[in-house]
Design a protein around this ligand. Structure first.
Ligand SMILES: [Fe+2]
Length: 146
């Protein structure tokens, strides 16, 4: 059952990009992957696992649009390439959803899927904000909770 790496993932500081709204959405996404792991470990029904996987997929779609809108709003030069990455992630999600060997391996795939993108692609948004000294209060988008 819950062997090896298939444990709940703790939020790490390295996942943060420093934009409250995006970090919050990333936390929800991670929480959903953890919910899947928890459901697997508790031997929940297949129907329940399917519902969580649906939630992960729909939330990821929403989150990617959210992140893309934010990138557009700050004039992020890597916007197009990042959008292609998101498209690719959804495609990989779908391929794996229908072809995974076991539900445990699918959960592990999702863990890497989330962590790799956040720490290698999303982190570049943070670098852009910092190196250009952007003031997010100038955005036409609310990034900090009121
Ligand atoms: Fe992203």
């Amino acid at each position: 059952m819950s062997m090896g790496r298939n444990e709940v993932i703790e939020w790490k500081i390295e996942y943060e990009i420093g934009v409250q709204r995006i970090d919050f959405e990333h936390k929800i996404l991670l929480d959903l992957v953890n919910s899947l792991k928890l459901a697997i470990n508790k031997n929940c029904s297949k129907e329940w696992l399917v519902r969580i996987i649906l939630e992960i997929e729909k939330f990821a779609e929403f989150h990617f649009i959210s992140e893309e809108n934010f990138m557009l709003n700050i004039g992020y030069p890597g916007y197009k390439a990042h959008q292609v990455e998101h498209f690719d992630l959804l495609e990989k999600f779908n391929l794996e959803k229908f072809n995974h060997k076991s539900i445990e391996s699918f959960a592990l795939f999702l863990e890497d899927w989330f962590i790799n993108h956040t720490t290698t692609v999303d982190v570049k948004i943070k670098e852009y904000i910092n190196s250009n000294n952007l003031n997010l209060d100038d955005c036409c988008y609310i990034t900090n909770f009121v």
